[in-house]
Design a protein around this ligand. Structure first.
Ligand code: SF4
Length: 94
């Protein structure tokens, strides 16, 4: 099996699918359009969260080539993970 926890993007997609499935659990059918709408809503929320965080990072002394020099993370991935946090507490988990 592919190690999803080594790929923040993969974790995000897997999480979205699992959350969408969990939200629809109990219904007799899983309409694809409904699932896709749920995923799209979640994707937009994550995209907006990442944009807010990146704006903060861009003003930070540790921001360098879209990487955080404090924690070493690639910020395009780190800012999209709801539970992640800035090591300097400039932004927190959501
Ligand atoms: S995660 Fe925190 S320390 Fe790293 S670049 Fe962003 S604001 Fe700076």
């Amino acid at each position: 099996m592919y190690p999803l926890n080594n790929c923040p993007g993969g974790v995000m997609v897997a999480t979205l699918v699992l959350e969408a499935s969990a939200e629809r659990r109990g219904s007799s059918s899983l309409p694809w359009g409904t699932i896709m709408n749920t995923l799209e809503e979640k994707y937009i929320k994550i995209k907006n969260m990442a944009a807010r965080r990146i704006e903060i990072c861009k003003t930070c002394e540790y921001f360098y080539l879209h990487t955080c020099r404090k924690c070493g993370c690639l910020l395009a991935a780190k800012t999209r993970i709801k539970s992640s946090a800035c090591p300097l507490e400039k932004w927190m988990p959501e």
